[in-house]
Write a protein that binds this ligand. Structure first.
Ligand SMILES: *[C@@H]1O[C@H](CO)[C@@H](O)[C@H](O)[C@H]1NC(C)=O
Length: 148
C-alpha cells in the first residue's frame, strides 16, 4: 500500500472514530426545524447502543413558535409498530431548553439509558418534542441497534 492510499484509509478511519451527526428522517417538525442530531457515543451507522450504557442525545433545532411548555414523546418502531418508550424525564424545559420557548435556536439535551433488559435488535427511534398545542417542535426518526 502506498502512502497516499494509507492516508486515505487513515482519514476514513478517523471519520468513523469521531462522533458524526446522526442521519435522521424528519417525521413532521411543524413547529420548528431540526439542524443537527447528535448521539454520543455513536461510532457506527446505525448507532450501536450497548445495554447497561447511557447515551447523550443532543438535538439542535429552531423553534418557529412560542410555547410555555415542551414535552418529549419517544417511540421505538419495531417491525413498523410504534411502541411507547417511557422517559424518566419528558419535560423538555428541564433538558437544556429555557422555557417559555421563543422563536430561536435551542439544544434539547438529554440522556438515553439503555437498560440491560432490552432485547438485542434493530429498531427505529421516533423522538418528538411537543409544544403547547401538541404540535411537534421536532419529530425525528433514526435507526439504532441494541447490542449486548
Ligand atoms: C449540542 O450541540 C450543539 C451543536 O452541535 C453544541 O453547540 C452544544 O454544545 C451541544 N450541547 C451539549 C450539551 O453537548
Amino acid at each position: 500500500m502506498d502512502v497516499r492510499a494509507a492516508s486515505v484509509v487513515l482519514f476514513c478511519l478517523m471519520g468513523f472514530t469521531f462522533a458524526v451527526p446522526v442521519k435522521y428522517l424528519d417525521c413532521g417538525s411543524t413547529s420548528g426545524k431540526v439542524a443537527v442530531v447528535d448521539i454520543n457515543p455513536c461510532l457506527n451507522d446505525p448507532c450501536q447502543l450497548h445495554k447497561g450504557q447511557s447515551y447523550s442525545v443532543n438535538v439542535t433545532f429552531n423553534s418557529a413558535v412560542e410555547s410555555q411548555t415542551s414535552k418529549a414523546v419517544v417511540h421505538g418502531i419495531v417491525a413498523g409498530v410504534p411502541v411507547p418508550f417511557p422517559l424518566d424525564n419528558d419535560d423538555g424545559c428541564k433538558c437544556g431548553i429555557q422555557c417559555p420557548i421563543k422563536q430561536q435556536d435551542y439544544n434539547y439535551v438529554t440522556s438515553l439509558p439503555v437498560k440491560s433488559i432490552y432485547p438485542s435488535m434493530k429498531l427505529v427511534v421516533k423522538w418528538e418534542l411537543k409544544d403547547d398545542g401538541e404540535n411537534d417542535l421536532f419529530c425525528i426518526e433514526f435507526p439504532v441497534q441494541i447490542v449486548g
